[in-house]
Design a binder for this molecule. Structure first.
Ligand SMILES: *[C@@H]1O[C@H](CO)[C@@H](O)[C@H](O)[C@H]1NC(C)=O
Ligand SMILES: *[C@@H]1O[C@H](CO)[C@@H](O)[C@H](O)[C@H]1NC(C)=O
Length: 278
């Protein structure tokens, strides 16, 4: 009995180690620094990145390749201080022929309220699809998982496996949906005007440090500048039918989390938009 339990235990430990070894790759395998070179450092055999913002500069990194679909995931620890007008981000960005598609996670504080997760979506150059929720934990205390499912049917934002936002492909009824292959990006920056107009960041608290982990990317790499049909293949797990919509448990989680924590939704301003209809 004891020995078979031990066997199972060893087996599970080995299996987990293999799984994390397979998903844990060094930064340079998929990403490069974009700006703020002296404000970024790699640690832990390049499995972890630290970047900081001070009065001189912020920093940013992006993926080497573009992706036409995928399940994008990053572990992030946000700056632990007063982050008035300091923005820590993780997003997909695609600017092709000056047309911008973008799918955002942005960590902000607003009206002295910390721990707000702002999400937005630009399609064909048009944004204005903001939603905001108050995270139910302190994102600066520890790493948490932030992920984005992107297939032909839906975009889903996840926080630690809890879906917090869904954007369905409703192009058939006049909605819009991002089409351009995108790079995965992350930045830390500040603005005297967003989200709190006219407020300087609290520079006495600088540097503002953000940490990132998890540099493997589950995505469909493409050179195409328009939507690439091979990225919709069901050979990619995130395109399979069970990812076309949330399952019942996920739907319930989504409803619960939005009921408790959502503080802003652009759809309440323009409820008639096809994309806002449920
Ligand atoms: C998006 O990527 C383009 C390059 O493709 C870059 O010029 C632009 O600044 C990026 N936008 C953001 C918000 O990162
Ligand atoms: C959105 O859905 C339509 C079908 O309704 C499909 O033809 C189109 O490829 C989808 N768009 C994207 C970007 O996946």
């Amino acid at each position: 009995m004891a020995s078979s339990l031990l066997f199972i235990f060893v087996f599970v430990v080995l299996a987990c180690e293999n799984a994390s070894a397979a998903t844990d790759v060094p930064f340079e395998e998929n990403y490069e620094t974009l700006w703020g070179y002296d404000h970024i450092s790699l640690r832990n055999q390049n499995r972890e990145l630290r970047m900081f913002l001070d009065q001189h500069s912020g920093a940013g990194f992006w993926s080497l390749r573009r992706y036409g679909s995928g399940f994008f995931r990053m572990r992030i620890k946000t700056p632990p201080k007063d982050t008035t007008n300091i923005v820590t981000t993780y997003y997909l960005n695609s600017t092709i022929d000056n047309i911008r598609d973008e799918i955002d996670f942005e960590f902000i504080s607003k009206d002295r309220r910390p721990n707000i997760l702002h999400t937005n979506l630009f399609i064909n150059g048009r944004g204005g699809r903001e939603q905001e929720l108050v995270l139910w934990f302190d994102p600066s205390a520890d790493f948490h998982d932030y992920a984005l499912l992107f297939n032909q049917h839906q975009l889903v934002w996840f926080v630690d496996d809890t879906p917090i936002r869904v954007f369905k492909n409703k192009t058939s009824i006049g909605g819009s949906f991002p089409t351009q292959p995108a790079k995965v990006m992350a930045t830390i920056w500040s603005s005297p005007n967003w989200p709190s107009p006219g407020k300087q960041p609290n520079w006495a608290d600088a540097p503002f440090i953000a940490d990132y982990q998890g540099f493997s990317i589950d995505g469909c790499v493409t050179q195409s500048t328009t939507s690439d049909p091979q990225c919709y293949s069901s050979n990619y797990w995130w395109n399979q039918e069970k990812y076309w919509q949330l399952d019942t448990i996920q739907q319930q989680k989504l409803l619960d989390v939005r009921k408790k924590y959502l503080i802003y939704d652009y759809c309440t301003r323009i409820p008639k938009s096809p994309e806002c209809k449920s």
